[in-house]
Design a protein around this ligand. Structure first.
Ligand code: F6R
Length: 614
């Protein structure tokens, strides 16, 4: 979704802003722009439809001097992607420029009010309404920019993260946030603004996470000031980013997605570090230790998430029910939040989110919270809105995920859920000590088995080239691997634009089997577990209809292998942890099919990395 960058200090702002926009490209966008205040007292806005490279070209013969500026990548919501709708937006007098992430829900009534006051609008955006409102309030009440922003925002319903500069005020950068992420980087007498840490990290690791309804005033060589909309002074809390630049660069890989697929063994190590104690055969999660009674007394667990995180949640259900014997409901957050669900005060909600900014998941949390449920977060991005909205939780520590298609976020989410379940199960007595020790040991070493699968890179790549012709794929799995089938299908459709569906294998004969012919690739996830014979019958049904079978089987398999056109062998493991292995070849398959089709793997069309609108 939209990205925000800002700078105020002694350096040239333009290169910092452009580099920052490039770093935010992964979030998904369709236009880009920059506003700069130069030392002749001019406020220039340059913006174009399309990529940041276009913007750079467009600016190549323009005056881009100035030590203060704001920049933006826009993912269209109100009004099509166009030069005019791109941010920043000027106020009527062209004295104020503003960038905005989020949605102003009452923009139509505010727009009408401003029109009645003589304001003229150039774009279709809700953002232009905001900048005009700030100018109106400023003039009407003779306020400073800081005060005007604060006052204008108190009239706004919706979500926002904004950066604002003013021609007559060349030393001040104002920012504010509600619902959309915003971080301030604190340098030596300078400040950086970012939707996340990626545009900031190469300059400073000291950051302030702007809180909801907070307005920040930054001035070169001065301490920042923060006030909230109720006019209370907030003391900025500076925290240190635990991240380094190499984590947001490709490091020799052609795409972030491939890098992130290959990073999974390391991501899992970081995720389990200090939590899975292989030598003691023990799992220690502070979020669980401190709140075990909430789980012990839980009437039910609700899992709420979207997309890939929802798929991880589905695996969580299988895990919790098998090992903790607590009933679990898993629901996509966008449905949960609007269907008036029954929520009890002794429910525990587990909210799963890589970005920690997904609007629907955040709303589901607020709803559950309002009914007294205890909220446990499983997030990747430290300090994110969801992480802060939850009562407690466990970070996945996968490191920044830049590729739009989630990979390492998924495996680390599943690993966190497994850790939670094994730890809770032991406390509840539903997991016996010998079983617990076996589970802990397998989890601790699963990364080595992932390495073995990653080594199959060349054969998966050459197999993938065969399937570029396909218009549809079906993915089949059972039990713990049914959600993996859905996740494999999602990966393929996201980045290759091939239609794909994941089904519980036995459900195939209730409909999808009609689609099978000699053209149709069927990916069957069939490691050797209790349901093997059942899934073998499902494969035979496909074979009888001449489907092209790609199977994921346990090493040494003979029966399903004999029926398959292509086989990928994975090492043996315990069934409940098999999703951590079976998903790896599916991620690789999607990646290589997409590359062979010449797709933009890291930034697939229409998709945004963090979905901050509902
Ligand atoms: C799929 C993907 C999306 C996200 C979904 C939720 O590859 O990336 O489906 O999983 O938008 O995002 P988070 O986990 O950030 O809440």
């Amino acid at each position: 979704m939209c990205g925000i960058v800002g700078y105020i200090g002694d350096k040239d702002a333009f290169p910092i802003l452009i580099k920052g926009l490039h770093r935010l490209e992964y979030r998904g966008y369709d236009s880009a722009g920059v506003a700069l205040l130069n030392n002749k007292g001019e406020l220039h806005i340059f913006k174009t439809k399309g990529k940041v490279n276009n913007l750079e070209k467009y600016c190549s013969d323009k005056d881009v001097s100035g030590n203060i500026g704001i920049a933006h990548t826009r993912w269209a919501t109100h009004g099509e992607p166009s030069d005019i709708n791109a941010h920043p937006h000027y106020s009527q007098s062209k004295d104020i420029a503003l960038i905005h992430n989020g949605i102003i829900e009452n923009y139509l009534s505010l727009k009408q009010f401003l029109k009645d006051k003589g304001y003229i609008f150039k774009s279709e955006t809700d953002t232009e309404v905001l900048v005009q409102l700030i100018e109106y309030v400023k003039k009407e009440h003779k306020l400073s920019l800081y005060d005007a922003v604060q006052r204008a925002l108190s009239q706004v319903i919706g979500a926002y993260a904004i950066g604002v500069i003013e021609r007559q005020n060349p030393n001040v950068l104002i920012a504010a946030r509600k619902g959309s992420p915003l971080i301030i980087g604190v340098g030596e007498g300078e400040y950086f603004l970012g939707s996340d840490a990626s545009p900031i990290i190469e300059y400073t690791n000291k950051v302030v996470y702007v809180g909801d309804e907070e307005v920040v005033r930054m001035e070169k060589d001065r301490e920042m000031e923060i006030r909230n909309l109720s006019d209370s002074v907030i003391v900025p809390e500076i925290t240190e980013l635990q991240m380094d630049l190499s984590e947001i660069e490709k490091g020799g890989y052609p795409h972030f997605m491939l890098k992130e697929i290959f990073e999974q063994p390391r991501a899992l190590s970081l995720c389990m570090n200090g939590r899975v104690h292989e030598e003691l055969k023990e799992i220690k999660l502070s979020g669980i230790i401190d709140h075990i009674d909430r789980f012990r007394n839980a009437r039910r667990i609700l899992i709420s998430a979207c997309g890939t995180s929802w798929h991880a949640g589905l695996i969580g259900k299988y895990l919790f029910e098998q090992f903790c014997r607590i009933p679990v409901e898993v629901e996509v957050a966008s449905e949960f939040r609007y269907r008036n669900p029954v929520i009890f005060p002794n429910d525990v909600m587990i909210a799963i989110s890589q970005s920690g900014e997904t609007a629907d998941t955040l709303a589901a949390i607020e709803l559950a919270k309002s009914k007294g449920a205890f909220i446990y977060g499983v997030c990747n991005v430290v300090g994110s809105s969801i992480a802060r909205a939850t009562d407690t939780g466990t970070y996945t520590h996968a490191g920044p995920e830049i590729g739009v298609a989630s990979t390492k976020a998924f495996t680390t989410q599943v690993a966190v859920l497994a850790m939670m379940v094994f730890a809770i199960g032991r406390e509840l007595g539903t997991v016996k000590q010998d079983e617990y020790e076996k589970l802990v040991t397998e989890l601790a070493f699963i990364k080595n088995k992932i390495e073995e699968i990653l080594a199959l890179k060349d054969s998966i790549e050459s197999m993938s080239k065969v399937f570029t012709y396909a218009k549809n794929f079906i993915y089949l799995g059972r039990g713990f691997n049914y959600p993996v089938a859905m996740e494999g299908a999602l990966k393929l459709k996201e980045i290759s634009y091939i239609h794909a569906e994941g089904y519980p294998a036995a459900e195939m004969k209730h409909g999808p089997i009609a689609l099978i012919d000699e053209e149709m690739p069927i990916v069957v996830i069939a490691p050797k577990f209790a349901m093997y014979d059942k899934i073998l019958s499902n494969v035979q049904e496909v074979k009888a209809r001449n489907g092209r079978i790609i199977s994921i089987v346990t090493k040494g398999d003979t029966q399903i292998k004999a029926l398959s056109d292509f086989v990928i062998e994975i090492p043996e493991t315990i069934e409940c942890l098999s999703p951590l292995l079976t998903i790896i070849p599916l991620q690789m398959l999607s990646y290589y099919v997409a590359v062979a089709k010449g797709r933009n793997v890291d930034q697939p069309r229409n998709l945004a990395k963090s979905v901050t609108v509902e």
